[in-house]
Design a protein around this ligand. Structure first.
Ligand SMILES: *[C@@H]1O[C@H](CO)[C@@H](O)[C@H](O)[C@H]1NC(C)=O
Ligand SMILES: [Zn+2]
Ligand SMILES: [Zn+2]
Length: 353
């Protein structure tokens, strides 16, 4: 039973870690909630000076541009791929898997890294004095979310429709994360340390799809390896001697335990990529839904808020119809996608930092 407890702990740990990372980075509102909760908990246990240090660290991590998550991203990717290469790949070759399938993750990794770099380094659509007038004409103002003649306090530029100043929701008036206005602002992604906006949403979509695909292929290949191993070695036909010295037929529980103890790293890899691919697939569906319906995450969230404020139950009730007025702008799936992949004002200058 010890093993089962350990295994459950391990599962819970992987699950919680991935969920925490997603919550902390993807949803601004939940991020505020989590950080707030952590702060309240901290203030009870941790002494004052340490608290301030933690606060400064959190501020540095989430509220300023920094490469911490980019580095973490690359380290995790490196770990997963080296484990795949050293163990799964070489064992699978021994078990005569087709090389095409085994090389697929590397292909996906290459494409993924190219688009990761593009998403990180591309100008998301920074609004400057030079392109302000041009961008003001791209989308019409709806007078609900995006009033005409609105100005950004920080940049002192007129705000084109669908743009937003990249700042932090917890401290809207302090210096923001990127601290500039971004055209067709979607969200600020800490994993690429950049905003997602008009000119890099296309890269972001491909980056996210290849990341999901590579996690899924890794999960499928490791599962296939374990299954093949069990079949080839005829483990099910064998028997073992239990604690009481009696012969027992191999059952599923023993099998899992055996695999866990023989290939602990592969099982860890499998658990991680399995949970990751499920979460990424869910998020990818959400992002594709937004793309197909001509909405940005920013608009979706704000539509959500507006709906919640009208709702008698307050902000906590889940919204059934988050965006009613947005979709009247949509001109169909293909034109929505064309707008993302061929955004207006293609003649943009590289961002100088
Ligand atoms: C998307 O919506 C905006 C308004 O929010 C509209 O101006 C634009 O024409 C729409 N694009 C497409 C392709 O439907
Ligand atoms: Zn601004
Ligand atoms: Zn940003």
């Amino acid at each position: 039973m010890d093993f089962l407890v350990l295994f459950l702990f391990y599962l819970a740990f992987v699950l919680m870690g991935v969920v925490m990372i997603c919550i902390c980075t993807k949803t601004q509102r939940l991020k505020g909630l989590v950080l707030g909760g952590a702060q309240v908990m901290c203030s009870c246990v941790v002494p004052q000076p340490l608290q301030r240090a933690v606060q400064r660290l959190l501020h540095h991590l989430f509220h300023t541009r920094n490469h911490a998550f980019v580095v973490l991203h690359l380290v995790l990717q490196g770990l997963v791929y080296s484990e795949y290469t050293w163990e799964v790949f070489s064992y699978c070759q021994g078990l005569e898997f087709s090389l095409h399938y085994l090389l697929l993750p590397y292909l996906l990794l290459t494409v993924n890294l190219v688009f990761f770099t593009l998403t990180c380094s591309a100008n998301p659509g920074t609004i400057t004095k030079a392109n302000e007038l041009l961008l003001l004409q791209v989308y019409e103002f709806d007078e609900m979310m995006f009033p005409k003649n609105a100005r950004c306090f920080t940049c002192d530029l007129r705000k084109p429709a669908r743009s937003k100043h990249c700042s932090d929701c917890c401290a809207p008036l302090s210096a923001g994360v990127c601290d500039c206005c971004v055209h067709r602002f979607d969200h600020h992604c800490v994993w690429v340390n950049n905003c997602i906006g008009a000119w890099n949403t296309r890269y972001f979509l491909i980056y996210l799809s290849t990341l999901t695909a590579s996690a899924a292929t890794l999960a499928i290949l490791s599962t296939a390896f374990l299954v093949r191993l069990v079949v080839v070695s005829d483990l099910y036909q064998k028997s073992y001697i239990d604690d009481l010295g009696q012969f027992q037929a191999v059952d599923t529980f023993f099998l899992i335990q055996h695999l866990f103890l023989t290939f602990p790293r592969i099982i860890f890899l499998l658990g991680f990529v399995l949970v990751l691919s499920l979460l990424l697939a869910g998020y990818l569906c959400f992002v594709l839904y937004l793309a197909a319906t001509n909405q940005t995450t920013n608009e979706w969230c704000r539509g959500d808020w507006a709906w919640c404020q009208h709702c008698p139950l307050g902000a906590w009730s889940p919204s059934a119809e988050p965006q009613v007025h947005q979709n009247i702008h949509s001109h169909g799936l293909w034109s929505n996608l064309r707008e993302i992949f061929l955004p207006a004002a293609p003649c943009y200058e590289r961002k100088k930092r």
